[in-house]
Design a protein around this ligand. Structure first.
Ligand code: SF4
Length: 523
């Protein structure tokens, strides 16, 4: 008999399901607690619906609770239990409804597949809503949909009804990504193209990982004039493009490569590391005394920084440890996976559209024949060098837009420029898929065609549930012929894959040359 069941991410065991222990390190007890939390969140949503009382606290609990169960976020059983208690307390305040009837992972295969697709998409959207709320941005329509989605997960639907719900969700997630884009850009300015060093300067430093720009801002404020440098890690890299963050001279560069290399890259690091969101891997004993978590992130035994009622966090423990450890004695040379020492970021929608004339002229003159959006998550799967090879093979007269941490496969490559524009344009974190959609829609308007008629192909890599919500948004917006890899989600049944292939032209990635030939129509 299996001890747990989880198939929500790309690295799930045997591309089928983790049943003994998670490939991510999640233990059966944690998996059961996360399932219990989801059931309690469904129960809370049902109660709110029945009482027609959608409290602000219930909305926030649903958003943070779903985010807690996202891959590589929280492995701390004690904190999950405490969270469950808070959910139960809020439900009792609202008044209990009937208990959820659904058994998440049981039932007819296609229905389990569709229900899981919606649930996992909602986990991804919860991450974006969480970040937006931390910056004071909220959209009642988005929050209300979390209640609706969880109630619908408890109900029976036909395949067509599930697909309808999933497409409705995709549209709501588009709004949620827009909300987070406003939250980030209103708070920290419109990203501008910025070059980022991968080398580490001598002296004390702190590494900050994850996606939460507010945490980074507070850390920068608390470390200024203290002789401590701050380095971004993984998905925090695009922070360098935001004017209100890049103005701090001690935001010195980017440490390491993508999240899945952390156990090696943190091995002997003479500095503390703060995880603001995913992706946390079980820390090795050699560096666990230097890892801190905050917000919904948790791991038994790691120090956790909490916020006060105003959302302020005190990072003095990290600051003291950074000064004690002292950093490297000499400047340390570090590079990306292809040996490059300089990364460029900050090409979000505003930066690209302010160069719209250049891009349009380049397309009209034939200097740019095709645009690839190669984006999504990175991971440890061996087939992920597909994305490095694919980008290396893009012809000189093509642009590569990218976003999220999948870019660490190629973002240190120097592919040159076209008419002064770098051929690789980093649009930001995974949420900045919103930027890519905005750019695509703007180009479609200029060329008076649909997004599907543009010389544009999306080649996506997925790992966790934020990629799921982005994919569902793209499908809901009618974007077709998306290439998806390195494997198709295990939670998509054969029949559902066929529907996605037939309806949306979804293409599983094959080999870089083969896909490139197919995209460019080369014989
Ligand atoms: Fe397995 Fe992924 Fe679930 Fe972890 S999150 S238990 S690796 S499917």
């Amino acid at each position: 008999m299996s001890e747990m069941f989880c198939f929500q991410c790309q690295q799930t065991a045997g591309n089928s399901g983790c049943v003994r222990t998670g490939v991510c390190g999640k233990q059966p007890e944690t998996a059961h607690l996360q399932d219990d939390l989801v059931y309690e969140l469904i129960h809370l949503a049902l109660s709110a619906e029945q009482a027609d009382n959608y409290t602000q606290n219930a909305g926030r609990l649903i958003i943070d609770g779903l985010f807690t169960t996202l891959t590589n976020v929280n492995f701390d059983n004690h904190s999950i239990r405490q969270f469950i208690d808070r959910v139960i307390a809020e439900r009792e305040k609202i008044g209990s409804a009937r208990r959820p009837a659904v058994e998440l992972w049981k039932g007819e295969t296609d229905i389990v597949s569709l229900r899981s697709t919606l649930l996992f998409g909602m986990k991804g959207m919860a991450a974006y809503a969480h970040h937006a709320m931390n910056l004071g941005y909220d959209d009642p329509k988005v929050t209300k949909w979390f209640f609706k989605g969880l109630c619908e997960i408890d109900r029976e639907h036909t395949i067509e009804e599930w697909l309808g719900l999933i497409m409705e969700f995709g549209q709501v997630n588009y709004r949620c990504m827009e909300l987070l884009d406003h939250a980030n850009t209103d708070s920290f300015g419109m990203p501008v193209p910025t070059r980022v060093q991968t080398d580490i300067k001598k002296g004390p430093f702190i590494v900050i990982s994850g996606h939460d720009l507010k945490d980074l801002h507070q850390l920068l404020e608390q470390t200024k004039d203290k002789g401590i440098n701050i380095y971004t890690h993984s998905e925090m890299l695009p922070a360098h493009g935001y004017p209100e963050l890049k103005k701090y001279p001690h935001l010195a560069g980017n440490f390491g490569t993508a999240w899945q290399s952390q156990q090696k890259e943190f091995e002997e690091i003479p500095a503390p590391v703060l995880f603001t969101t995913n992706c946390l891997m079980p820390p090795r004993p050699s560096y666990r005394d230097r890892v801190y978590t905050t917000s919904v992130v948790g791991y038994d035994g790691l120090r956790h920084i909490t916020a006060d009622e105003k959302g302020q966090k005190d990072f003095s423990a990290l600051i003291e440890q950074s000064l004690e450890l002292g950093g490297y004695q000499h400047d340390r040379s570090m590079s990306g996976i292809n040996g490059g020492h300089m990364l460029t970021t900050g090409f979000a929608h505003n930066a690209v559209l302010s160069n719209a004339d250049k891009v349009i002229e380049a397309i009209q003159s034939g200097a740019v024949k095709h645009i690839f959006l190669v984006g999504g998550c990175d991971g440890a799967h061996p087939g992920r060098n597909y994305y490095t090879e694919f980008v290396k093979q893009t012809p000189m007269d093509t642009l590569v837009l990218t976003l999220a941490c999948g870019k660490y496969r190629f973002n240190d490559l120097d592919l040159g420029e076209i008419n002064g524009l770098p051929r690789i344009l980093d649009m930001g974190q995974c949420n900045d898929a919103y930027s890519a959609i905005k750019v695509a829609l703007a180009l479609a308007e200029v060329f008076q065609c649909t997004v599907n008629e543009l010389p544009l192909t999306l080649v996506l890599s997925w790992y966790e549930q934020k990629a799921v919500c982005i994919l569902l948004t793209l499908l809901a917006l009618g974007v077709k012929n998306i290439y998806l890899g390195p494997t198709l989600p295990a939670f998509l049944s054969e029949k559902i894959v066929k529907i996605l292939v037939d309806t949306y032209g979804l293409q599983p990635t094959t080999a870089p040359e083969q896909d490139m030939d197919a995209i460019l129509g080369r014989g």
